[in-house]
Structures are given as C-alpha cells and as structure tokens.
Design a protein around this ligand. Structure first.
Ligand SMILES: [Zn+2]
Length: 69
C-alpha cells in the first residue's frame, strides 16, 4: 500500500460563496495555482471567496498565513 497523496502537496481549501443562493462551495486549490473564477452550480453566478478568520489573511499587497505546519 502506498501513500494516496504526497505530503509536499497539501491542498488548502478555500470557501467560495454564491451571493444569490447563499451556497458555499469548498474548493481545494494548489498554493502555486493562480486564482480562478468559479461559478455557482445552481444559478451560474460568479462565486466570491470568503475569508477565514484565523486562516489565510490578506494584508495590503501581500498575504501571509497564520497556519503553521
Ligand atoms: Zn447561485
């Protein structure tokens, strides 16, 4: 039995929301991947990203993560 995933490729999960349906979509995306736009499965509207308290925070032009490990 091998490992199902590589430890060096942890995918952070971002939560996106549809403002029309109030549906949240957890989306995993690689850190090195550029930010993409996602559409609601229900109405097709563009999703916006929620900010996680205590998670990844944006500060000015850069960003940093408070999560360690
Ligand atoms: Zn929607």
């Amino acid at each position: 039995m091998g490992k199902a995933w590589k430890e060096s490729q942890v995918m952070p999960v971002y939560e996106y929301m549809c403002s029309h349906c109030s549906i949240s979509y957890p989306i995993s995306r690689g850190i090195e991947e550029e930010e993409a736009e996602y559409s609601c499965d229900s109405c097709g509207d563009k999703l916006y990203r929620k900010f996680h308290v205590g998670g990844v925070q944006f500060n000015g032009g850069g960003f940093y993560s408070t999560d360690k490990g």
